[in-house]
Design a protein around this ligand. Structure first.
Ligand code: AMP
Length: 363
């Protein structure tokens, strides 16, 4: 059985690594050579608008999926016309567009920060005045890791912010004074079975995820149930198959949807060591229509992204319970090169968190 993956980043690499014990083969497609997944699977380089190359990719696949939410919907539709593709292109279309995503949330009665669509500087000025300052301007498409965003503190900042996002179609949304950011990894299989991992707490800096605590400290069953009920409505509405990540702002016992990713997610990397079944294995099980594995956390985990600078691997490995994952990328400021999951059931956990943190110089 061959699983095709559109996108050859670290997520594709970890999907393949999770699938090999199940006897699967992987074929990866990416625009750029030397993608992290290239080293662990059959690799096809091609543009997303090259239909003959996509045809070649699709040939003989059991199922196809994607690990990158900016795969053009047309490319996904082309592959879906040749072979089963999960999640379906509609999920990709919704998650690529912040306006579509937040409109869907509103339809499903999932709270999110108040927002308006903006298409011009004058739209922005008017919408920001209605929403109130501070507020956030975000491009509808291609924004990730804090890119294509600006915080507006007062009306005089409107013109520069609009120029800053190069007049791209955008939304403006209320600035949320959240207590913390949490995310839920949800999975739905082709047979309709759903599973949810425990909510985790995410710490961002400069718009980039730095650390994840799993489960989220002090997680109450009510909050978990609320997140699951929000996610279940999305899964059902999209007839979603695969792993879906939903990021929320937690504020006063409420969860405001920030954004969704139709794929395995950085805030779920801890599941490799810290959960009964990893998000990667469950994604594969889901798209093949196989039974999902249990999603319970085993002990506590703390995931650290390794960003910009290569770590001292032996020093990290000397910390008991530290698991190092490197993606085979060359260092560049702001680039995710790998992650470390500190998995521990012991009281020493907090001291070791400090030890690992001090060994990672994020650039
Ligand atoms: P995003 O790309 O939407 O995930 O935004 C990146 C980060 O910016 C988030 O993880 C938050 O830390 C912050 N952020 C985004 N939207 C808001 C908002 N409406 N209010 C406050 N902070 C936000």
């Amino acid at each position: 059985m061959i699983v095709g993956v559109l996108g050859g980043g670290q997520l594709g690499r970890m999907l393949a690594l999770a699938g090999y014990p199940l006897g699967l083969q992987f074929r990866i497609y990416d625009v750029v050579p030397e993608a992290p997944a290239e080293h662990v699977a059959e690799f096809l380089q091609g543009d997303f608008d090259d239909e003959s190359r996509l045809e070649e990719f699709s040939r003989g696949l059991t199922v196809a999926t994607y690990e990158f939410e900016n795969v053009p919907v047309r490319a996904a539709e082309f592959v879906a016309s040749r072979v089963t593709l999960h999640p379906a292109p509609r999920a990709l279309a919704v998650c690529q567009d912040r306006l579509a995503e937040k409109t869907l949330a509103a339809q499903l009665v999932i709270p999110s920060a108040k927002f308006e669509a903006v298409e011009s500087a004058s739209d922005l000025a008017a919408a920001a005045a209605r929403i109130g300052f501070p507020c956030m301007l975000k491009t509808r498409r291609l924004g990730y890791d804090g890119k294509g965003q600006a915080v507006l503190r007062e009306p005089v900042e409107v013109a520069a912010a609009w120029q800053g996002i190069q007049a791209a179609p955008a939304i403006v949304e209320q600035f949320v004074a959240f207590e913390r950011e949490v995310s839920l990894i949800a999975v739905r299989s082709a047979s309709g079975e759903c599973a949810f991992y425990p909510l985790v707490e995410n710490m961002h800096r400069g718009g980039i995820l730095r650390e994840t605590r799993a489960p989220a400290p002090g997680l109450e069953p009510e909050l978990q149930a609320l997140a699951e009920s929000h996610a279940a409505r999305v899964l059902e509405e999209l007839q979603y198959v695969g792993t879906l990540a939903i990021e929320f702002f937690e504020r006063g016992g409420e969860l405001l949807l920030n954004e969704m990713a139709p794929r395995v997610h950085n805030s779920g990397h801890w599941t490799i060591e810290g959960a009964a079944t990893s998000q990667f294995e469950n994604h594969i099980r889901a798209i093949l229509g196989w039974p999902l594995g249990p999603t319970a956390a085993v002990g506590r985990s703390h995931m650290f992204n390794i960003i910009g600078a290569a770590p001292n691997t032996p020093a990290l490995l000397a910390v008991p319970g530290a698991h190092v994952h490197l993606y085979g990328k060359s260092p560049r400021p702001g680039r995710k090169l790998g992650h470390v999951t500190l998995w521990n059931e012991l009281d020493e956990h907090d001291r070791r968190i400090e030890a690992v943190r001090s060994l990672i110089a994020n650039a």
